[in-house]
Design a protein around this ligand. Structure first.
Ligand code: PBG
Length: 333
């Protein structure tokens, strides 16, 4: 629907761009600190609180460092943080038992943050890759990713995280049937108010490279994730996945990566009208930071423009490694 404009000179679209006040009045979308979810890396092995080489300004945190990050997030007004573990290779197995160990690094950090910073929402990642000897999100047998047995593992992982106090579970594994299985298990285990933010439309992307370095999965991963993550050429399939995950009990849905898939964000929001998030992933952050470090792009301008693009595409919020920097800028700090 194109609005009908009177012809020039009656219509001069530059009139509303003339001053900051007029531009404010004409602004269609706004970005708030309340739209941000901050992903952080956690670990209990040596190498904690060191910078991730391919993600300047992003650190792997110890348990204490993660609590400090949660405190910082809360003081900045960021509503949620999301935890990603870097696991000791010694505890990674083909059966991935560490994933549902109540004492694993994720569950210990959840409990520590819950008691220190109760006001912040804690989101987690549900997938086997941090605990899997072969780096895949699911169990591997005979060279194949086994769907249904993986779902059994993911359900145990979800209940363990809910027991520890997680507010938002983020299944990023792309197995079929996992949302319904988790929802059923959460209801049965007294966690009926735990929310699920499904990574519904997650693509097999080249933009996850720096993340796999950060969680130590790069060397471990054998092959690629194309039998479970989506083909970047597809769009209708994203709509089917979102419909399916909502029907199985997801409260919110995610599109991932973010910037190359803004068309998917818009389609999902228009079609379903549900809480919709994008993940501005590690490679998007790394790409911007590399150009900034070369003096080729302006950090603050590119950060804010990219975050605003998610709001314009219909997203209610965005997972971004820029979260604390954007929050400070929004607060004028
Ligand atoms: C794995 C997972 C990945 C990311 C979040 N969860 C990587 C992958 O699928 O290989 C990527 C996030 C990022 O790149 O920032 N379950």
């Amino acid at each position: 629907m194109t609005p009908i404009l009177p012809p020039f000179p009656h219509s001069r679209l530059r009139r509303m761009r003339r001053t900051p006040a007029l531009r404010d009045l004409a602004q269609e979308n706004r970005l708030s600190v309340k739209d941000l979810i901050w992903p952080i890396f956690i670990t209990d092995v040596a190498g904690a609180d060191v910078e991730v080489p391919s993600m300047p300004g992003v650190f792997r945190h110890t348990l204490e460092g993660a609590v400090r990050a949660a405190e910082e997030a809360a003081s900045l007004g960021i509503p949620a943080i999301c935890l990603f573990p870097y696991t000791d290779p010694a505890v990674k197995t083909e059966a991935c038992e560490e994933a549902w160990n109540p004492e694993n690094i994720t569950n210990r950090v959840i409990r520590a943050i819950k008691s220190a910073v109760p006001e912040i929402a804690i989101m987690t990642d549900i997938a086997l890759d941090p605990y899997n000897a072969n780096g895949h999100d699911g169990l591997v047998r005979g060279g194949e990713i086994i769907n249904d047995e993986t779902v059994d593992c993911l359900v145990k992982m979800a209940v363990a995280q809910a027991d520890a106090g997680a507010d938002i579970l983020g299944p990023s594994d792309m197995m079929d049937g996992r949302i319904g299985a988790m929802r059923t298990a959460l209801e049965a285990s007294g966690h009926r108010n735990v929310t699920i933010l499904s990574y519904a439309a997650k693509y097999a992307s080249g933009f996850y490279g720096p993340f796999r370095d950060a969680v130590g999965a790069t060397g471990a991963l054998k092959g690629d994730k194309k039998t479970y993550q989506m083909n970047p050429a597809n769009s209708d399939e994203a709509i089917r996945l979102v419909a399916r995950d909502l029907a199985e009990g997801a409260d919110m849905v995610m599109v991932k990566p973010g910037m190359p898939y803004l068309d998917i964000c818009r389609r999902v929001k228009d079609q379903f009208g549900v809480p919709t998030y994008a993940y501005q992933v590690s490679g998007e952050y790394a790409m911007a930071m590399a150009a900034v470090q070369n003096g080729w792009l302006d950090h603050d301008q590119v950060m804010m423009e990219s975050l605003m693009s998610f709001r314009r595409a219909g997203c209610d919020g965005v997972l971004t490694y820029f979260a604390p920097k954007a929050a400070k800028l929004l607060a004028g700090r």
